[in-house]
Design a protein. Structure first.
Lengths: 451, 164
């Protein structure tokens, strides 16, 4: 029988016996430290111990490369993206990732809208954490107006609160959907339920479930509702239970760990060279978080940790997001205690709309309202780059103003667009089935990636 | 943010800097295109700017040097940031403007430069794979140029069913 040499093998083959918790660990409930996980065999040779299993080798037939399409509309990817794969058997030899299916001309539309009219467009960037985008955009315009220090403190706290709720909903969606895609359907239901509670709360606050358009230049649109703090505390408690249940159910689950452990590991150097930010960068061990490194709003007043991973594989990305949900909940609890009373919008008729009573009852109020609606906020000429920590990483807005009420240029630095370009590098040499959790853990959001 | 990095850059390449400013706390240097590769290499290797945040462009329609290509850099060690700007022009209906690619220095520039090419028609010399990225291949024109009308529609009439 002729002996066929196997193609150089991928990190796609794993054993089921390693990396799993022992029976004692399961009983005692201890979580294994990420860095202590045993290294998984990376090649078939390692897996087999030696190339002694001749019968197994002979059973393999030679293969030839083949090109197939994954997407743009694939049932197992939550996002419209086309991946043209060159495969050899089950192994990905080459991948051409093509984005742009959700391109909505954000930048072109923004050049024709007043600064305030752009808020609804930003809702649709990362549509699972719209309030982060709202806040990021408002802060960019405020930086250009040089009014960052004049934003009322209460408005800054409200912005932190809604941003962190959004971050939790973003991570819940990412984790739930990814767990579902590798076969764990129950956590998906729990997490989406928790997300729905948070969205109900935001709906009560902002009037919309998903596209809130809640932040304004100079503050926010509405004050917190009367029983917001209690409801948020109750909701967070329930959401935390859902997360803990999920953790118990899948973090030590053999099938889940086999699909995530060691898959698509990325080194810290590579991650920096490829422009990664957010949970993906932190999974490789780089503790870069805009909230810590360049504190904005009132983030420097909170005590929270930045979780980092050790090997940068899919499981690290999962674990980092899971921990970030807890840290966001910590920030929320501190913010609810610290939040001061006071105004929620700047008192400057050139920037913020006057209260409705003034619009209806005074001539100055009505003129101010009219000028803001028709001409928009007059932003002095200049260019500015402002960035915040969005759900997926550094969300930046580069705005150029020519002194009118409409931006001359409004560019979004989308974190998942940058990370998506390394997908073909990440899945190179893996199996086709590994694409799904890898893609899921990048958390590509079509609206943000394609703009 | 301190101006230290901008001062170091000015000291290192006195002739390369067309203009610089630190408005709104964003250190900015406009670089001559001829010196651009040397400046970027120095920034990455000697000045520690190992993280390319973003590449984009602005169309200042009506100027002689019509386009500005804007690079945002960050140092992962010190956390300082820098904006590098290149000015490049195009004679009406002349060849597409071209600037050197930085993909060899920062792989993350790959898609960002493709997006600039897609939206503004600025070519990046040395880019390994300069294709349209957000628009489809058959698209004519560059949508973010100021002379591309916002209301212009281009239905995709030809479909390419081959998968490569």
């Amino acid at each position: 029988m002729p002996s066929t040499t196997l193609p150089p093998s991928p990190a796609g083959l794993r054993t089921v016996a390693l990396g799993m918790p022992t029976a004692d660990e399961i009983v005692s409930g201890t979580t294994r430290e990420l860095s202590n996980r045993p290294r998984l065999p990376q090649t078939l040779g390692e897996l087999e111990g030696a190339a002694d299993d001749a019968a197994f080798h002979d059973a393999e037939l030679p293969t030839e490369p083949m090109t197939i399409n994954m997407g743009p509309s694939h049932p197992a990817t939550h996002g419209t993206v086309r991946i043209v794969l060159t495969i050899d058997g089950e192994t990905v030899k080459d991948a051409d990732v093509q984005v742009g299916y959700l391109h909505r001309c954000f930048e072109k539309e923004a050049e024709y809208a007043t600064y305030t009219q752009i808020f609804p467009y930003t809702d649709r960037l990362n549509y699972v954490s719209p309030l982060c985008n709202n806040v990021g955009y408002a802060m960019a315009v405020e930086k250009l107006l040089d009014v960052t220090s004049r934003i009322p403190e209460r408005a800054q706290y409200i912005r932190v609160i809604v941003s962190e709720i959004s971050r939790i909903t973003d991570h819940l969606t990412c984790l739930g959907a990814s767990a579902m895609e590798v076969g764990a359907f129950t956590p998906f239901l729990w997490m989406i339920k928790a997300r729905e509670w948070l969205w109900e709360l935001l709906e009560e606050l902002t009037g919309a479930r998903l596209t809130h358009s809640y932040v304004r230049i100079g503050g926010v649109a509405q004050d917190l509702t009367a029983n917001f703090s209690e409801r948020l505390r109750t909701t967070l408690h329930k959401a935390r239970e859902a997360i803990e249940d999920t953790e118990k159910l899948i973090v030590k689950n053999r099938i889940f760990r086999d699909r995530m452990d060691g898959i698509a590991a990325f080194s810290a150097e590579d991650a920096i060279a490829w422009g990664w930010t957010g949970p993906c960068l932190r999974s490789t061990g780089v503790p870069y978080d805009v909230r810590k490194d360049h504190p904005y709003l009132v983030y420097d007043r909170f005590d929270f940790d930045v979780p980092v991973g050790s090997v940068g594989d899919n499981f690290d990305r999962f674990a980092v997001r899971l921990e970030e949900i807890r840290q966001s909940a910590r920030i929320l609890e501190q913010a609810l205690v610290q939040i001061p009373p006071g105004p929620i919008l700047m008192d400057d008729p050139r920037i913020a709309a006057p209260p409705k009573t003034a619009v209806y009852n005074t001539i100055e109020g009505m003129i101010g309202h009219f000028k803001l609606i028709v001409d928009g906020v007059k932003v002095p000429a200049g260019e500015v780059y402002s960035y915040i920590e969005g759900g997926n990483g550094e969300l930046g807005f580069y705005i150029v103003s020519d002194g009118t009420g409409r931006p001359y240029k409004c560019h979004v630095r989308s974190p998942c667009f940058v990370i998506m370009q390394s997908l073909s590098k990440m899945i190179h040499g893996l199996g086709i089935a590994d694409i799904i959790p890898t893609f899921g853990m990048i958390n590509m959001i079509g609206g943000e990636c394609d703009r | 943010m301190s101006k230290a990095d901008l001062d170091k850059l000015t000291a290192q390449f006195p002739g390369a800097i067309v203009a610089s400013h630190s408005r709104h706390g964003d250190d900015t240097a406009i670089i001559r295109t001829a010196d651009f590769p040397a400046v970027m290499t120095w920034l990455r290797d000697a000045a520690g700017f190992d993280f390319l945040v973003d590449v984009t462009a602005v169309d200042y329609f009506g100027r002689d040097l019509r386009f500005e290509v804007v690079y945002h850099l960050r140092s992962m060690q010190t956390g300082s940031r820098l904006r590098i700007t290149l000015q490049v022009g195009q004679i009406e209906d002349g060849p597409a403007p071209e600037v050197p690619s930085v993909v060899a220095l920062w792989p993350s520039a790959n898609w960002a430069e493709r997006e600039v090419y897609d939206m503004y028609g600025i070519k990046f010399a040395g880019h390994p794979d300069l294709r349209r990225i957000l628009m489809y291949e058959e698209f004519i024109g560059y949508p973010l140029r100021k002379d591309y009308p916002k209301e212009k529609r281009q239905p995709l009439i030809r479909r390419d069913y081959s998968i490569t």
